[in-house]
Write a protein that binds this ligand. Structure first.
Ligand code: TEU
Ligand code: CA
Length: 553
């Protein structure tokens, strides 16, 4: 291990592979067609065999599910649909027993409209302390019947909702909801709000969680006076395809300087516990210098780098995404956090062209992210090579569908319950094919964990081998990184004695001399043997849409 490698003292999360569980869709433990915590617990051996270091669980808290659980009605309890606090504790204990860390989602930008605080705010009058926890304003216009400003909601329509009058002097105020109307934004300048979130963090830290993923962490501070947004930007946003919050212009709703004070509070709380507890921020911040501010030494530990998720399958785009992500965070000394997919964006296979082509590229891209310096997040089902599912209108549940007036089908296509076993629906996700909360497609029999476990060339085995090799290879866990020259259409870099070559071009490219440790697809006859390693290396060439890891001399 060279001097530039990560010192042994560096914290676990700096190079961890996190696996995102979307609880509703991961595994069903009580056969009602909805994933739950008993299901997660039952699949821990599968996750151990996969080789991940930690889990990130999307929300499983009490919620009316207006936004898949990101509308939290009680952040310190489990929704009965997902189980009980005892189920959570049992899952956490088993995970720790297996050496898997557990992180959970914190949603600080908003509560559910069913949260007791918001119910109290509705019952109280304008100017009351109950309303001051949220962002209530009088409307514009003669009767206050216009929204207080022109902000749009992320899910379509205005970001303001009017409530009923509480008396003769009150025409009815409006409250801010950057997301759905069922998700009223909290006012973090009210000290009661950070105090409540400190309590929530401590509740889960006391139970033993290893850290948090913090939702919309770039949105919790609003600009003074809530000024109007640039109408041209609003128009541009209205056209955006779902999945991207990155805009060229300044979006006044996000990345206001006030957020950093709240991140420092999160960090203080985390650091007051033993055992390297951590937080990763979800911050869709296009400006790299500004993104770096989220991971200054006294702020969040990690922040997602969404550049690769936004990049097309293209060597130049990958090169830029990687370079810019690394340059920004290097200045503050924070590791990068690579992410190709999550529950908000189309699955990788579909984004890269779908079918066999999309799958080949998705497998290749996985070998890129898993060989870059820093932490990596894997979205559940990506290790099986799943694609987005084209769902019928009647099945859609994402609020985006209704709020965009049926222009944007939303994010359900990447949230379909996972296929575990068997050849017919529901593929081991419970037993009733009609009961799964979103309908599964025909043809997933080839993509079940069971089928892929039996096929050494499967995507599941590719992930298992890559994760095992990463864990056993100090050069991949360290921070050393160097670009190598590569032919047109290709990308190459070195991590210690490991060279990584990505071919996104139309023709084969030569591989450097050495032993091929792993490749995302066939290089030559003999590929995909149970031993897992590819073929004896030097001099072979790398086909299009393939990535290889090579141990150089
Ligand atoms: O997402 C933040 C976010 O704004 C986007 O990912 C957005 O949901 C997407 O681009 C719209 O199509 C987080 C959660 O990950 C997401 O699931 C929630 O809906 C959102 O916050 C609100 O809590
Ligand atoms: Ca269930």
């Amino acid at each position: 291990m060279s001097a530039s490698e990560r010192p042994d003292a560096s914290p676990w999360w700096a190079s961890a592979v996190f696996y995102q569980v979307y609880p509703r869709s991961f595994a069903d433990g009580n056969d009602d067609g909805i994933g739950d915590l008993i299901g997660v617990r039952a699949k821990l051996p599968y996750l151990k065999a996969l080789g991940i270091d930690a889990l990130w669980l999307s929300p499983f808290y009490v919620s009316p599910l207006a936004d898949g659980g990101y509308d939290v009605a009680d952040p310190c309890d489990v929704d009965p649909m997902f189980g009980t606090l005892a189920d959570f504790d049992a899952m956490l204990a088993d995970a720790h027993e297996l050496g898997i860390r557990v992180t959970v989602d914190i949603v600080p930008n908003h509560f559910s409209d069913q949260h007791r605080w918001f119910q109290a705010a509705l019952a109280a009058t304008p100017g009351s302390p109950e309303r001051a926890r949220f962002i209530f304003r009088d409307g514009c216009g003669p009767n206050g019947d216009q929204p207080p400003n022109n902000w749009p909601s992320i899910f379509g329509g205005p970001a303001w909702h009017r409530v009923a009058s509480t008396g003769p002097d009150d025409p009815g105020q409006w409250y801010l909801h950057i997301f759905a109307p069922e998700q009223p934004d909290l006012d973090w300048t009210n000290p009661e709000v950070p105090a409540e979130f400190e309590r929530i963090l401590r509740f889960w830290l006391d139970r033993g969680v290893d850290g948090f993923r913090i939702d919309v962490t770039h949105g919790i501070a609003k600009p003074e006076g809530l000024p109007d947004m640039d109408p041209a930007l609003i128009e541009q946003l209205a056209k955006h395809e779902h999945g991207s919050l990155m805009t060229a212009g300044k979006d006044l709703r996000f990345d206001n300087d006030g957020v950093h004070e709240y991140h420092r509070m999160f960090r203080r709380v985390l650091d007051s516990y033993p055992g390297e507890r951590m937080a990763v921020g979800e911050a869709w911040v296009p400006d790299h210098e500004r993104l770096a501010r989220y991971v200054r030494p006294d702020e969040l530990n990690l922040t997602f780098n969404f550049e690769l998720l936004e990049a097309k399958w293209d060597d130049v785009e990958f090169h830029e995404a990687i370079t810019r992500s690394m340059a920004a965070l290097a200045d503050v000394g924070a590791p990068c956090t690579w992410v190709l997919a999550n529950h908000d964006v189309d699955r990788v296979v579909s984004r890269y062209g779908g079918g066999a082509l999309g799958l080949a590229r998705a497998r290749a891209a996985a070998l890129v992210t898993l060989s870059l310096p820093g932490a990596v997040y894997v979205y559940n089902g990506d290790e099986l090579g799943l694609s987005n599912v084209g769902l019928p209108d009647w099945a859609l549940q994402d609020p985006t569908w209704e709020r965009s007036e049926h222009k944007d089908r939303g994010r359900d296509g990447e949230r379909v319950p996972l296929p575990w076993s068997g050849t017919a629906r529901p593929y081991g996700f419970g037993s009733d094919p009609q009961a799964t909360w979103l309908p599964q497609p025909e043809g997933w029999g080839l993509f079940t964990a069971e089928a892929e476990d039996a096929d050494p060339t499967s995507t599941l085995w590719l992930y298992r081998r890559a994760l095992a090799m990463r864990a056993a290879t100090p050069a991949l866990l360290g921070s050393s990184f160097e670009w190598l020259d590569a032919p047109e259409g290709a990308l190459a870099y070195r991590r210690g004695d490991i060279a990584v070559v990505m071919n996104a071009g139309p023709v084969d490219v030569p591989l450097p001399a050495g032993e091929v440790l792993l490749s995302s697809g066939p290089l030559a006859a003999g590929w995909g043997t149970p031993a897992g390693a590819g073929v004896a290396g030097g001099g072979s060439s790398l086909p299009t849409d393939t990535v290889a890891w090579i141990r150089t001399a």
